[in-house]
Ligand binder design. Structure first.
Ligand SMILES: Cc1cc2nc3c(=O)[nH]c(=O)nc-3n(C[C@H](O)[C@H](O)[C@H](O)COP(=O)(O)OP(=O)(O)OC[C@H]3O[C@@H](n4cnc5c(N)ncnc54)[C@H](O)[C@@H]3O)c2cc1C
Length: 386
C-alpha cells in the first residue's frame, strides 16, 4: 500500500518490519509459551525510536507523528501482537496525556524515560465492576494536607506487574459523577501499591496484564494531571490515542492472517492440487484480502486525522472509533477464516495461527468494546431535537 508516505515514514516502517521479523519473530513462540515479557526487546524498540514519534525533540522525541507510529505498530503486531501493546504503554497513553494536560515538570520527568524505556508505563481506568461504565469507578483519591490518598483497585491493566509509572484515574468527588474523576501520575513503587499478574487468560502472554491494589497510598499533590475533575475528559482524550494503537495492532493481525492463509493455501495439496485452486478457499482469501485492506486504510486515515486535526475538522474520535471497530472485527474475521484454511493444522500449535486467533479476540474488548465503538459512531448520526 503506497498512499504517498514520506520517506521518513517509509524508513520507520521498514525498520519496524526488519526488527519484528529478525528480532522478535525468532523467539516469539517460546516467549509466548513461557509468558515471557522480554525487556531486551522493549529496550531495542526504544533504541530504534519507536516510542518517540509523538513527543518534541526537547523530551527525546522525533515528532514524526501518529501515522509513523501506526505504521511501526502494524509491523510489530504482525509478528507479535503482545509487543504491539508496548506502543500504547510507552507512548500513546501516558505521553499523549502529558503532552496535552501535563505541566512542564511532569513532561520533563516522565516523557524521556518512557521514550527510552527506562520506565515502563501503564494506564488504569478499568475496575472489576466498572469496564465500559468508566464514570462509576470506585477507586478514590482523597485530598489531604500535603497530597492525596488512593484506595481501591484496578483490573485488567496492561503492563502490570512490570509497570514502574502509571496514569491512574480515581474519584476525587463521587457526588459529581464523571465530573468528579481526576487523573494522577503515580510511581508504581509507592508504598501501598500492589501489582498482581493475571496469568489465566486467553492470549497475549508476552504482554503482562494485571490487577492493581491501592491501600492508603499517599501520593504528592503535584501528582495530579490537569485540575481535579478533569479525569473523565483526560480519559476520553487518552482513549482516542490508545484506540488508534489498538486498531493498528488489529490491522496488522488481519494482514498477517491473510498472508499466512495465502501461503498455506498455495502449499497444501488435497485431491492432487493446491487447496488454493478450490473456489471456496479463493472466496475465503478474497474476503480476508478485502477486510484487511479496508482495515488498514481506515487506521491509516485515522492516524492521518490525528496528525492533521485542523485540516480534518477538529476531533479525531469518529475516524478513530470507526477504525478501532472495523480493525478489531477484521482481525477476528481473518483469524477465524485462516483457522479454517489451516483446518486441523490450525487447531494444533505447530503453526502460529491459533496464537493470532486467541490474540485477535482481545481487540473486541480492549480500549472500549466493539459495542461501545458503535455507540460512539452512532452518536454522530442522532440529530438533536427540541
Ligand atoms: C488484555 C486486556 C488488556 C487490557 N488493558 C487495559 C488497560 O491497560 N487499562 C484499562 O484501564 N483497561 C484495560 N483493559 C480493560 C478493558 O478496556 C475493558 O475490559 C473493556 O473496556 C470492557 O469492559 P468489561 O470487560 O468490564 O465489559 P463490560 O463493560 O462489563 O461489558 C460487557 C458487555 O456489555 C456490553 N455493553 C456495555 N455497555 C454497553 C452499552 N452502553 N451499549 C451496548 N453494549 C454495552 C459490552 O460491549 C460487552 O459486550 C484490558 C482488557 C484486556 C482483556
Amino acid at each position: 500500500m503506497e498512499l504517498g508516505l514520506t520517506e521518513e515514514q517509509r524508513i520507520l516502517q521498514d525498520m519496524a518490519k526488519d526488527f519484528a521479523q529478525n528480532e522478535i519473530a525468532p523467539t516469539v513462540e517460546e516467549d509466548e509459551k513461557n509468558h515471557v515479557y522480554n525487556e531486551k526487546i522493549v529496550k531495542k524498540m526504544a533504541e530504534l525510536g519507536f516510542f518517540g514519534c509523538i513527543a518534541p525533540e526537547k523530551y527525546g522525541g522525533t515528532e514524526m507523528g501518529y501515522l509513523a507510529a501506526t505504521l511501526a505498530t502494524i509491523e510489530v503486531a504482525k509478528e507479535s501482537p503482545s509487543y504491539g501493546v508496548t506502543f500504547n504503554l510507552q507512548m500513546n497513553a501516558v505521553q499523549g496525556v502529558l503532552l496535552a494536560f501535563g505541566n512542564e515538570e511532569q513532561r520533563e520527568k516522565y516523557i524521556p524515560p518512557l521514550i527510552s524505556a527506562d520506565e515502563y508505563g501503564c494506564f488504569a481506568l478499568t475496575e472489576a465492576d466498572t469496564g465500559s461504565d468508566v464514570a462509576s469507578m470506585r477507586t478514590t483519591a482523597k485530598e489531604v494536607d500535603d497530597g492525596y490518598v488512593l484506595n481501591g483497585s484496578k483490573m485488567w491493566i496492561s503492563g502490570v506487574p512490570v509497570s514502574t509509572i502509571g496514569i491512574i484515574f480515581a474519584m476525587t468527588d463521587r457526588e459529581k459523577k464523571h465530573r468528579g474523576i481526576s487523573a494522577f501520575m503515580v510511581d508504581m513503587k509507592t508504598p501501598g501499591i500492589e501489582q498482581r499478574a493475571i496469568t489465566e487468560k486467553l492470549g497475549l502472554f508476552s504482554s503482562p496484564t494485571g490487577e492493581i491494589i491501592f491501600e492508603d497510598v499517599k501520593i504528592p499533590k503535584d501528582s495530579i494531571v490537569g485540575k481535579p475533575g478533569d479525569g473523565f475528559k483526560i480519559a476520553m482524550y487518552m482513549l482516542d490515542r490508545t484506540r488508534l494503537s489498538c486498531a493498528a495492532r488489529a490491522a496488522g493481525v488481519a494482514e498477517k492472517c491473510f498472508e499466512l492463509a495465502k501461503q498455506y493455501a498455495n502449499e497444501r495439496t488435497q485431491f492432487g492440487q493446491p487447496i488454493v485452486q478450490f473456489q471456496m478457499i479463493q472466496d475465503q482469501l478474497a474476503r480476508m484480502w478485502c477486510e484487511h485492506e479496508a482495515a488498514k486504510l481506515l487506521v491509516l486515515k485515522a492516524a492521518w486525522t490525528m496528525d492533521n486535526l485542523e485540516q480534518a475538522g477538529g476531533r479525531p474520535t469518529l475516524a478513530i472509533s470507526t477504525a478501532k471497530y472495523y480493525c478489531a472485527e477484521a482481525a477476528v474475521m481473518a483469524a477465524n477464516e485462516a483457522m479454517k484454511v489451516y483446518a486441523s493444522y490450525g487447531y494444533g500449535t505447530e503453526y502460529p495461527i491459533e496464537r493470532y486467533y486467541r490474540d485477535a479476540k482481545s481487540y473486541q474488548s480492549v480500549e472500549g468494546t466493539s459495542n461501545i465503538q458503535k455507540v460512539i459512531i452512532a452518536r454522530n448520526f442522532i440529530e438533536k431535537r427540541d
